[in-house]
Design a binder for this molecule. Structure first.
Ligand code: C2O
Ligand code: CU
Length: 467
């Protein structure tokens, strides 16, 4: 069952992020587009590091966890030369980018074998939404292992600047290491709820410390890169305002007490600082009643992610936050079609694929597990469709569609009046959501799936083709 037992190459350990709490938060290095082009050489490879003072053998992009932060602007081209130094196939997904799924674009069907390189090209449209996106592997069957192992990085589309004294990228992930520092393999019962790591990391660190002066305004780009853990973020003692989630924008920064991020979601936040010491916490989230039964234990329980120490002289007041243009509303466009899609868990009594011995359960959509050679949804390019996603299972599933943006119009029975855009929408246990999907651009073949990545690897993914 151990698919994470990769051999350990003999190489110098150059990655040494700070270990325990009370170390300053570090941030991944930044790669920025220049003259409309961001060119990245990206090596996926195992590496030795320390996490919480213990040796850890993790998976890295260019030697670090997380990988470098990419910054580009609408209209830019991103070229990525991916070299696979893992001992298993991989590939690359630019999560949330509205780019072509064809050829060497955001194509989840590409396979890059160990020792191979592949050149990706992503052309961001001129009207691409700004916000925080991310990149991670998407090779079906090993996505959860590779993301859990450390392969992820932030991707920021700039162009909606707000006056702030500091911008931070906070990538939250979790990991379980065994006694000699290897990534703990997932067990069959944990696949049912999706594994959650024992250690929760922010930029690869355990409980780092952030420091600031009072009166500052910071912009935080938060990525939930956990494979299964839900985050309900709160920062008691500080003022938190939401600029947007995924590729969606709040026209006016909205003060919030907490922000729920399902696996895959991102938040664009403003933090206005006050003197004192605060904890960045996840308050805990109940993602379904099967956790205990299936051996999951205390799933997505409350946890402290980081400490924030605000002290010193009052900082100069930053300028006002500009009002932003409202996001478009797909309800203004004619509807071409409606369809219903259901997350399904079938107790089929037949063995599930991929060597999960003993499992009698199939995860999928509409009763079928993923098959790359079958088209599950054929959509007319250029259309707008209404998709109702139902979840008759006893646990939450975050629904993620590649390439084509979704507008949430009904959230578990509640109509949503403002235009709310998401690329990951949580569908609660025994609940449903209604979305409008914009298929105007980027015809081609891609996927939708559960962003509990163990579920995706177990078959909770399907193929969509637009032409
Ligand atoms: Cu972030 Cu298809 O995934
Ligand atoms: Cu799921």
């Amino acid at each position: 069952l151990s698919r994470t037992g990769f051999p350990w190459p003999d190489r110098p350990a150059t990655l040494r992020p700070p270990a325990d709490g009370s170390v300053a938060l570090t941030e991944p290095a930044v790669m920025r587009s220049q003259g409309g082009l961001l060119r990245v050489e990206l090596v996926a490879a195992p590496r030795e590091t320390t996490i919480a003072g213990r040796p850890a053998r993790v998976l890295t992009y260019n030697g670090t966890v997380p990988g470098q932060t990419w910054r580009a602007r609408p209209g830019d081209r991103i070229e990525v030369l991916l070299r696979n130094e893992l001992d298993m196939p991989t590939n690359l997904h630019t999560h949330g980018l509205l780019v072509s799924p064809r050829d060497n674009g955001d194509n989840p069907f590409i396979n890059v074998d160990p020792g191979q390189t592949f050149e990706y090209r992503f052309d961001l449209p001129e009207d691409h939404p700004t916000g925080v996106f991310w990149y991670h592997p998407h090779r079906h069957g090993t996505v959860a292992d590779q993301v859990f192992g450390g392969l992820y990085g932030a991707l920021i589309v700039e162009g909606d600047e707000v006056p702030v004294s500091r911008e931070r990228v906070l990538i939250v992930s979790d990991i379980t290491l065994d006694r000699d520092g290897a990534i703990a393999p997932v067990s069959a019962p944990k696949v049912m709820m999706g594994r959650e790591g024992d250690l929760v990391l922010v930029n690869g660190q355990v409980r780092p410390e952030l420091t600031a002066r009072p009166g500052e305004r910071e912009r935080w780009r938060v990525v939930n890169a956990c494979t299964s853990r839900y985050l309900r973020l709160a920062l008691p003692g500080q003022r938190l305002a939401l600029l947007g989630i995924d590729g969606g924008h709040e026209p006016v920064a909205r003060e919030v007490e907490q922000v729920l991020l399902a696996p895959g979601n991102r938040a664009d936040l403003l933090v206005t600082t006050r003197s004192g010491t605060s904890e960045l916490r996840s308050l805990g989230y109940d993602r379904g009643g099967m956790g205990m039964m299936m051996g999951g234990g205390d799933l997505s329980g409350p946890t402290t992610l980081a400490t924030m120490v605000v002290s010193g002289d009052q900082a100069a007041a930053p300028g006002p936050v500009p009002e932003r243009p409202a996001d478009p509303d797909l309800r203004d466009r004619p509807l071409s079609d409606r369809r219903e899609i259901a997350f399904t868990i079938t107790m089929g009594g037949r063995m599930m694929g991929r060597g999960r011995r003993g499992s009698m359960v199939d995860l999928g959509f509409d009763g079928r597990a993923f098959d790359a050679d079958r088209v599950d949804q054929q959509v007319a390019a250029g259309s707008v469709e209404e998709w109702t996603i139902t979840n008759p299972t006893p646990m939450d599933h975050p629904f993620h569609l590649h390439v084509w943006p979704m507008q949430l119009v009904e959230d578990n029975g509640e109509p949503v009046s403002e235009p709310v855009w998401r690329d990951v929408i949580n569908v609660p246990a025994n609940g449903r959501v209604r979305t409008l999907v914009d298929f105007t651009h980027h015809p081609g073949r891609s996927v939708y799936h559960c962003h509990i990545l163990d579920h995706e690897d177990a078959g909770m993914m399907a193929v969509i083709d637009t032409r």
